[in-house]
Design a protein. Sequence first.
Length: 313
Amino acid sequence: MAVAQVVQEDVQVRETGWSPAEIAELREAVSRAPSIHNSRPWTLTLHRRTAVLRENPEPWMNHDPEGRDRRISCGAALMNLVLAVRSLGWGAQVEVGDSSGLVSAAVNARGAAEPSPRELAWAWAVAQRRSHRAPFSRRPVSELLREKITDAATGVRCGSRWVGSDVEAVEVARMLGRAASAFHADPDYTRELAAHVKPDGRRLQRESGDLRGLAAVGLTALTTHLPDEHHLAQLLRDESVLLVGTRGDRPADHVRAGQAVERAWLEATRAGLSVSMMTQPLHLPEVRTGLAERLGTSLIPQVIMRFGYPAES
Ligand SMILES: Cc1cc2nc3c(=O)[nH]c(=O)nc-3n(C[C@H](O)[C@H](O)[C@H](O)COP(=O)(O)O)c2cc1C
Protein backbone atom coordinates (compact mmCIF):
# COMPACT_ATOMS: atom_id res chain seq x y z
CA MET A 1 0.00 0.00 0.00
CA ALA A 2 1.37 3.45 -0.95
CA VAL A 3 2.42 5.76 1.91
CA ALA A 4 -0.06 8.47 0.81
CA GLN A 5 -2.89 5.96 1.01
CA VAL A 6 -1.87 4.83 4.49
CA VAL A 7 -1.74 8.45 5.66
CA GLN A 8 -5.15 9.19 4.12
CA GLU A 9 -6.66 6.12 5.79
CA ASP A 10 -5.17 7.14 9.14
CA VAL A 11 -6.80 10.55 8.79
CA GLN A 12 -10.12 8.91 7.92
CA VAL A 13 -9.93 6.65 11.00
CA ARG A 14 -9.04 9.60 13.22
CA GLU A 15 -11.86 11.76 11.84
CA THR A 16 -14.66 9.22 11.74
CA GLY A 17 -13.51 6.43 14.05
CA TRP A 18 -14.23 3.94 11.26
CA SER A 19 -11.61 2.17 9.17
CA PRO A 20 -11.93 2.36 5.36
CA ALA A 21 -12.96 -1.32 5.26
CA GLU A 22 -15.66 -0.69 7.87
CA ILE A 23 -16.91 2.36 5.98
CA ALA A 24 -17.13 0.33 2.78
CA GLU A 25 -19.15 -2.38 4.57
CA LEU A 26 -21.57 0.08 6.12
CA ARG A 27 -22.16 1.88 2.81
CA GLU A 28 -22.58 -1.39 0.93
CA ALA A 29 -25.11 -2.76 3.45
CA VAL A 30 -27.21 0.41 3.35
CA SER A 31 -27.19 0.57 -0.45
CA ARG A 32 -28.58 -2.97 -0.62
CA ALA A 33 -31.79 -2.16 1.23
CA PRO A 34 -35.09 -2.31 -0.64
CA SER A 35 -36.52 1.12 -1.37
CA ILE A 36 -39.56 2.57 -3.00
CA HIS A 37 -39.00 2.52 -6.78
CA ASN A 38 -35.34 1.85 -5.95
CA SER A 39 -35.00 5.54 -5.09
CA ARG A 40 -32.75 5.05 -2.00
CA PRO A 41 -34.17 8.17 -0.34
CA TRP A 42 -31.53 8.55 2.38
CA THR A 43 -28.07 9.93 3.08
CA LEU A 44 -25.53 8.10 5.21
CA THR A 45 -22.88 10.13 7.06
CA LEU A 46 -20.21 8.82 9.39
CA HIS A 47 -18.97 10.57 12.50
CA ARG A 48 -17.05 9.49 15.56
CA ARG A 49 -18.07 5.85 15.74
CA THR A 50 -21.57 6.89 14.83
CA ALA A 51 -23.38 6.26 11.56
CA VAL A 52 -26.24 8.63 10.79
CA LEU A 53 -28.93 7.84 8.26
CA ARG A 54 -31.14 10.75 7.19
CA GLU A 55 -34.29 10.79 5.14
CA ASN A 56 -33.66 12.90 2.03
CA PRO A 57 -35.66 16.11 1.74
CA GLU A 58 -36.21 15.60 -1.97
CA PRO A 59 -39.48 16.40 -3.72
CA TRP A 60 -41.64 13.39 -3.38
CA MET A 61 -44.03 11.28 -5.30
CA ASN A 62 -47.62 12.35 -5.82
CA HIS A 63 -48.90 8.93 -4.91
CA ASP A 64 -47.07 9.06 -1.53
CA PRO A 65 -47.61 12.65 -0.40
CA GLU A 66 -47.01 11.83 3.27
CA GLY A 67 -43.66 10.21 2.54
CA ARG A 68 -44.65 6.96 4.22
CA ASP A 69 -42.88 4.81 1.62
CA ARG A 70 -39.78 6.94 1.91
CA ARG A 71 -39.61 6.37 5.66
CA ILE A 72 -40.33 2.64 5.32
CA SER A 73 -37.38 2.56 2.91
CA CYS A 74 -35.21 4.38 5.48
CA GLY A 75 -36.27 1.81 8.10
CA ALA A 76 -35.11 -1.05 5.88
CA ALA A 77 -31.79 0.74 5.29
CA LEU A 78 -31.46 1.33 9.04
CA MET A 79 -31.92 -2.39 9.68
CA ASN A 80 -29.10 -3.19 7.26
CA LEU A 81 -26.91 -0.54 8.87
CA VAL A 82 -27.44 -1.98 12.35
CA LEU A 83 -26.67 -5.49 11.09
CA ALA A 84 -23.48 -4.26 9.45
CA VAL A 85 -22.35 -2.53 12.66
CA ARG A 86 -23.16 -5.67 14.66
CA SER A 87 -21.40 -8.00 12.25
CA LEU A 88 -18.28 -5.82 12.53
CA GLY A 89 -18.32 -6.76 16.21
CA TRP A 90 -19.68 -3.53 17.69
CA GLY A 91 -22.61 -3.04 20.00
CA ALA A 92 -25.23 -0.88 18.26
CA GLN A 93 -27.25 1.73 20.11
CA VAL A 94 -29.96 3.22 17.90
CA GLU A 95 -31.69 6.59 18.30
CA VAL A 96 -34.45 7.58 15.91
CA GLY A 97 -35.68 11.16 15.82
CA ASP A 98 -37.41 13.51 13.47
CA SER A 99 -37.17 17.20 12.82
CA SER A 100 -38.89 19.38 10.21
CA GLY A 101 -40.81 16.32 9.12
CA LEU A 102 -37.72 14.28 8.19
CA VAL A 103 -36.54 11.26 10.15
CA SER A 104 -32.96 10.50 11.05
CA ALA A 105 -31.42 7.59 12.87
CA ALA A 106 -28.06 7.51 14.63
CA VAL A 107 -26.39 4.14 15.17
CA ASN A 108 -23.73 4.47 17.84
CA ALA A 109 -21.10 1.74 17.88
CA ARG A 110 -20.43 1.23 21.56
CA GLY A 111 -17.91 -1.33 22.76
CA ALA A 112 -17.09 -4.72 21.34
CA ALA A 113 -20.05 -7.13 21.27
CA GLU A 114 -20.23 -10.49 19.47
CA PRO A 115 -23.05 -10.68 16.93
CA SER A 116 -25.58 -13.47 17.51
CA PRO A 117 -25.87 -16.33 14.97
CA ARG A 118 -29.19 -14.83 13.80
CA GLU A 119 -27.65 -11.40 13.26
CA LEU A 120 -24.81 -12.96 11.28
CA ALA A 121 -27.26 -14.95 9.15
CA TRP A 122 -29.32 -11.82 8.45
CA ALA A 123 -26.16 -9.83 7.65
CA TRP A 124 -25.20 -12.54 5.17
CA ALA A 125 -28.67 -12.42 3.61
CA VAL A 126 -28.42 -8.64 3.00
CA ALA A 127 -26.36 -9.24 -0.15
CA GLN A 128 -28.62 -12.10 -1.35
CA ARG A 129 -31.95 -10.31 -0.91
CA ARG A 130 -33.77 -8.98 -3.94
CA SER A 131 -37.34 -8.52 -5.10
CA HIS A 132 -38.77 -11.58 -6.77
CA ARG A 133 -41.93 -10.59 -8.64
CA ALA A 134 -42.15 -13.73 -10.78
CA PRO A 135 -44.60 -16.54 -9.91
CA PHE A 136 -43.72 -19.04 -7.19
CA SER A 137 -43.70 -22.85 -7.40
CA ARG A 138 -46.53 -24.77 -5.73
CA ARG A 139 -44.28 -25.82 -2.83
CA PRO A 140 -45.86 -24.39 0.34
CA VAL A 141 -43.96 -22.47 2.98
CA SER A 142 -43.91 -24.59 6.16
CA GLU A 143 -45.64 -23.47 9.33
CA LEU A 144 -42.30 -23.41 11.12
CA LEU A 145 -40.87 -21.03 8.56
CA ARG A 146 -43.98 -18.86 8.68
CA GLU A 147 -43.56 -18.60 12.44
CA LYS A 148 -39.91 -17.58 12.05
CA ILE A 149 -40.93 -14.89 9.56
CA THR A 150 -43.67 -13.42 11.78
CA ASP A 151 -41.30 -13.59 14.72
CA ALA A 152 -38.72 -11.60 12.72
CA ALA A 153 -41.38 -9.05 11.73
CA THR A 154 -42.46 -8.51 15.32
CA GLY A 155 -41.06 -5.39 16.98
CA VAL A 156 -41.97 -2.41 19.10
CA ARG A 157 -45.50 -1.30 18.10
CA CYS A 158 -45.20 -3.45 15.01
CA GLY A 159 -46.51 -6.85 13.96
CA SER A 160 -47.78 -8.93 11.08
CA ARG A 161 -50.64 -11.14 10.03
CA TRP A 162 -50.85 -13.86 7.33
CA VAL A 163 -53.76 -13.75 4.90
CA GLY A 164 -55.34 -17.05 5.82
CA SER A 165 -58.84 -18.26 5.10
CA ASP A 166 -60.69 -18.61 1.79
CA VAL A 167 -63.02 -15.80 2.81
CA GLU A 168 -60.09 -13.48 3.51
CA ALA A 169 -58.49 -14.38 0.17
CA VAL A 170 -61.66 -13.40 -1.70
CA GLU A 171 -62.05 -10.12 0.20
CA VAL A 172 -58.39 -9.13 -0.18
CA ALA A 173 -58.44 -10.08 -3.89
CA ARG A 174 -61.39 -7.76 -4.42
CA MET A 175 -59.58 -4.83 -2.81
CA LEU A 176 -56.27 -5.45 -4.58
CA GLY A 177 -58.08 -5.85 -7.89
CA ARG A 178 -59.83 -2.50 -7.46
CA ALA A 179 -56.61 -0.75 -6.48
CA ALA A 180 -54.82 -2.19 -9.51
CA SER A 181 -57.57 -0.97 -11.84
CA ALA A 182 -57.22 2.54 -10.40
CA PHE A 183 -53.44 2.65 -10.96
CA HIS A 184 -53.81 1.03 -14.37
CA ALA A 185 -55.83 4.00 -15.54
CA ASP A 186 -53.44 6.56 -14.05
CA PRO A 187 -50.79 7.93 -16.45
CA ASP A 188 -49.28 10.05 -13.64
CA TYR A 189 -48.33 6.91 -11.76
CA THR A 190 -46.52 5.52 -14.79
CA ARG A 191 -44.61 8.78 -15.12
CA GLU A 192 -43.59 8.61 -11.46
CA LEU A 193 -42.38 5.07 -11.87
CA ALA A 194 -40.08 6.20 -14.67
CA ALA A 195 -38.92 9.36 -12.90
CA HIS A 196 -37.86 7.96 -9.55
CA VAL A 197 -35.93 4.83 -10.40
CA LYS A 198 -32.21 5.38 -9.81
CA PRO A 199 -30.19 5.20 -13.03
CA ASP A 200 -28.39 2.10 -11.78
CA GLY A 201 -31.63 0.43 -10.76
CA ARG A 202 -33.56 -2.14 -12.65
CA ARG A 203 -36.14 -0.94 -15.11
CA LEU A 204 -39.19 -1.18 -12.93
CA GLN A 205 -41.47 0.47 -15.39
CA ARG A 206 -40.61 -2.06 -18.10
CA GLU A 207 -40.81 -4.91 -15.60
CA SER A 208 -44.34 -3.86 -14.66
CA GLY A 209 -45.49 -4.62 -18.21
CA ASP A 210 -44.39 -8.26 -17.94
CA LEU A 211 -45.79 -9.00 -14.51
CA ARG A 212 -48.35 -11.69 -13.87
CA GLY A 213 -50.30 -12.68 -10.76
CA LEU A 214 -50.09 -10.95 -7.40
CA ALA A 215 -46.96 -9.00 -8.26
CA ALA A 216 -48.93 -7.30 -11.05
CA VAL A 217 -51.29 -5.68 -8.54
CA GLY A 218 -48.25 -4.37 -6.66
CA LEU A 219 -46.60 -2.63 -9.60
CA THR A 220 -49.44 -1.70 -11.89
CA ALA A 221 -48.79 0.74 -14.71
CA LEU A 222 -50.54 1.40 -18.02
CA THR A 223 -48.97 -1.63 -19.69
CA THR A 224 -49.54 -4.15 -16.86
CA HIS A 225 -51.72 -7.15 -17.60
CA LEU A 226 -54.26 -7.24 -14.76
CA PRO A 227 -55.19 -10.63 -13.30
CA ASP A 228 -58.91 -11.21 -12.61
CA GLU A 229 -60.11 -11.30 -9.01
CA HIS A 230 -60.86 -15.02 -9.06
CA HIS A 231 -57.25 -15.78 -10.02
CA LEU A 232 -56.00 -13.29 -7.43
CA ALA A 233 -58.02 -15.02 -4.71
CA GLN A 234 -56.54 -18.37 -5.70
CA LEU A 235 -53.02 -16.92 -5.54
CA LEU A 236 -53.73 -15.39 -2.14
CA ARG A 237 -54.67 -18.89 -0.92
CA ASP A 238 -51.68 -20.60 -2.54
CA GLU A 239 -48.91 -18.08 -1.81
CA SER A 240 -47.86 -16.97 1.67
CA VAL A 241 -49.01 -13.36 1.91
CA LEU A 242 -48.18 -11.32 4.97
CA LEU A 243 -49.56 -7.99 6.06
CA VAL A 244 -47.06 -5.96 8.09
CA GLY A 245 -48.57 -3.22 10.20
CA THR A 246 -47.94 -0.82 13.03
CA ARG A 247 -49.83 0.32 16.11
CA GLY A 248 -49.40 4.00 15.18
CA ASP A 249 -49.03 5.94 11.96
CA ARG A 250 -46.34 8.47 12.79
CA PRO A 251 -42.94 8.82 11.09
CA ALA A 252 -41.22 6.61 13.70
CA ASP A 253 -43.86 3.91 13.07
CA HIS A 254 -43.05 3.93 9.37
CA VAL A 255 -39.35 3.48 10.15
CA ARG A 256 -40.26 0.56 12.43
CA ALA A 257 -42.34 -0.97 9.65
CA GLY A 258 -39.32 -0.78 7.34
CA GLN A 259 -37.10 -2.46 9.91
CA ALA A 260 -39.70 -5.20 10.40
CA VAL A 261 -40.08 -5.79 6.68
CA GLU A 262 -36.33 -6.08 6.22
CA ARG A 263 -35.95 -8.54 9.14
CA ALA A 264 -38.76 -10.71 7.75
CA TRP A 265 -37.24 -10.53 4.25
CA LEU A 266 -33.75 -11.48 5.49
CA GLU A 267 -35.15 -14.34 7.60
CA ALA A 268 -36.92 -15.68 4.51
CA THR A 269 -33.87 -15.18 2.30
CA ARG A 270 -31.61 -17.14 4.63
CA ALA A 271 -34.13 -20.01 4.40
CA GLY A 272 -34.05 -20.03 0.59
CA LEU A 273 -37.39 -18.29 0.04
CA SER A 274 -38.06 -15.60 -2.54
CA VAL A 275 -39.97 -12.48 -1.62
CA SER A 276 -41.55 -9.37 -3.03
CA MET A 277 -43.30 -6.53 -1.27
CA MET A 278 -45.88 -3.96 -2.24
CA THR A 279 -47.33 -0.77 -0.86
CA GLN A 280 -48.89 0.52 -4.06
CA PRO A 281 -52.45 -0.72 -3.28
CA LEU A 282 -52.23 0.75 0.24
CA HIS A 283 -51.99 4.25 -1.19
CA LEU A 284 -55.74 4.13 -1.62
CA PRO A 285 -57.06 4.96 1.87
CA GLU A 286 -60.09 2.69 1.40
CA VAL A 287 -57.77 -0.26 0.74
CA ARG A 288 -55.63 0.48 3.80
CA THR A 289 -58.61 0.70 6.14
CA GLY A 290 -60.57 -2.00 4.31
CA LEU A 291 -57.74 -4.53 4.70
CA ALA A 292 -57.50 -3.96 8.44
CA GLU A 293 -61.27 -4.32 8.79
CA ARG A 294 -61.58 -7.48 6.70
CA LEU A 295 -58.60 -9.15 8.35
CA GLY A 296 -59.90 -8.12 11.78
CA THR A 297 -56.60 -6.58 12.85
CA SER A 298 -55.96 -3.44 14.88
CA LEU A 299 -52.61 -3.00 13.09
CA ILE A 300 -52.41 -0.16 10.57
CA PRO A 301 -51.44 -1.88 7.29
CA GLN A 302 -48.07 -0.61 6.01
CA VAL A 303 -46.73 -3.29 3.65
CA ILE A 304 -47.95 -6.46 1.91
CA MET A 305 -45.29 -9.14 1.39
CA ARG A 306 -45.44 -12.37 -0.60
CA PHE A 307 -43.17 -15.34 0.17
CA GLY A 308 -42.59 -18.56 -1.76
CA TYR A 309 -40.13 -20.78 -3.56
CA PRO A 310 -39.16 -19.64 -7.06
CA ALA A 311 -40.81 -21.61 -9.87
CA GLU A 312 -38.48 -23.74 -12.02
CA SER A 313 -37.61 -21.73 -15.09
C1 LIG B 1 -41.48 1.26 0.99
C2 LIG B 1 -41.36 0.39 -0.22
C3 LIG B 1 -42.44 0.23 -1.07
C4 LIG B 1 -42.36 -0.63 -2.16
N1 LIG B 1 -43.47 -0.80 -2.92
C5 LIG B 1 -43.43 -1.68 -3.94
C6 LIG B 1 -44.63 -1.93 -4.68
O1 LIG B 1 -45.70 -1.38 -4.40
N2 LIG B 1 -44.55 -2.83 -5.67
C7 LIG B 1 -43.38 -3.49 -5.98
O2 LIG B 1 -43.38 -4.31 -6.89
N3 LIG B 1 -42.23 -3.26 -5.29
C8 LIG B 1 -42.24 -2.38 -4.27
N4 LIG B 1 -41.11 -2.17 -3.53
C9 LIG B 1 -39.87 -2.88 -3.86
C10 LIG B 1 -38.88 -1.94 -4.60
O3 LIG B 1 -39.35 -1.68 -5.90
C11 LIG B 1 -37.50 -2.63 -4.64
O4 LIG B 1 -37.04 -2.81 -3.33
C12 LIG B 1 -36.48 -1.80 -5.42
O5 LIG B 1 -36.85 -1.69 -6.77
C13 LIG B 1 -35.07 -2.40 -5.32
O6 LIG B 1 -35.04 -3.70 -5.84
P1 LIG B 1 -34.56 -4.94 -4.95
O7 LIG B 1 -35.60 -5.12 -3.85
O8 LIG B 1 -34.53 -6.11 -5.89
O9 LIG B 1 -33.22 -4.61 -4.38
C14 LIG B 1 -41.16 -1.33 -2.44
C15 LIG B 1 -40.06 -1.15 -1.60
C16 LIG B 1 -40.17 -0.33 -0.48
C17 LIG B 1 -39.00 -0.20 0.45
